[in-house]
Design a protein around this ligand. Sequence first.
Ligand code: COS
Length: 379
Amino acid sequence: MDFALTEEQLELQEMVRDFVAKEITPYAAEMDRENHAREGLMEKAADMGLLNVCVPEEYGGMGLDSVTVALIYEELGKGCAGVATSIAANSLASYPILLAGTEEQKQAHCDLLNEGKLAAFALTEPGAGSDAGAVSTSAVKDKEAGTYTLNGAKAFITNGGIADTYLVFANTRKTGGIRGLTAFIVPKGTPGFTVGKKEDKMGIRPSNTCELILQDVVIPEANRVGREGEGFRIAMNTLDNARPFVGAVSVGLAQAALDCAVKYSKERKQFGQPIASFQMIQSMIADMAMRVEAARMLVYKACWMRDQGMEFSKEAAMAKCYAADTAMEVTTNAVQIMGGYGYSREYPVEKMMRDAKIMQIYEGTNQIQRLVIANKIIF
Ligand code: COS
């Protein structure tokens, strides 16, 4: 067992850390207030190669291993979990194609990401969240024309209003249910495919979250990813792959909050001494640091298992769930240590606390993660 990072991993980590310090952290509060990412930020992220971290070498990407990708997302999470979410959504939307797509689909999709374009994963609907099998968007096949016609609506889609390509899950069975779930690539601008309302969220506000509306959207059969009815398995597999990265962003978020609380506790004086000298503060900081480190180890382990080709659904759920709960607890305690200042928008930790909440909700609630973990252990 080797806990040391390689030279290349350390270099990449340093590069992303510099990028975050220059381009994200100083603007995080402004982006949060304005409810969108800064003009040009995604282009800069693309120039750094951050939008295509999941692209394998044979499709023109860096072919990074999962541990290295986690290191990148952790750094992004330190700067702003909203920006990290928007960037990570590219990986989420890419896995269905990388896992089940044809060679042509893989090449075309990776070319888009290599050009710096954004992708969106459209599974969730107003009536299908935790119950992902309840997707009611329909896909009706026209055998003669070699097309599918999609009708329905998607909800809470990251990059919904700004992506160039969408991975949409729809049902090819009239009766619905998981056996009819099928994945499709729907390019931006396809007639009948429109963006609905943009969400005004509690946190991760620089990330774009929108409704999508599909009204008689006709796409060629060549845009179907995998077989008809294979969509549920593809979606579950995709979520397994992406969940450790939600964990990585959560670890970054928690580490940033811990760093703020430690700095503040050394500067803030009460009763004639820095509050860091009080044992109650020390105890909180020690607990926060232990949780962050434990979460990081779970994330690295799930990533490592994925890279070894091992079965890792349980570990992916553990990493996501524990790291998200850690982000919530550590950001809340950072606000507590900083008191009135922590609660004020003048300091960054109240934003981190708002951002942390979504980590327990998206890409499968933490209740769903616990179900996945228990099912793997018990049955
Ligand atoms: N990988 C591959 N296949 C999987 C799988 C996985 N991780 N998990 C389940 N499956 C397969 C099962 O093997 C089963 O196939 P068979 O019927 O052929 O045996 C099928 O999928 C149904 O599995 P299961 O009965 O466990 O499905 P449930 O309807 O009970 O739901 C949960 C399982 C709740 C775990 C699933 O719906 C889920 O993860 N929900 C959360 C969705 C989510 O994360 N949404 C976030 C939106 S995307 S940001």
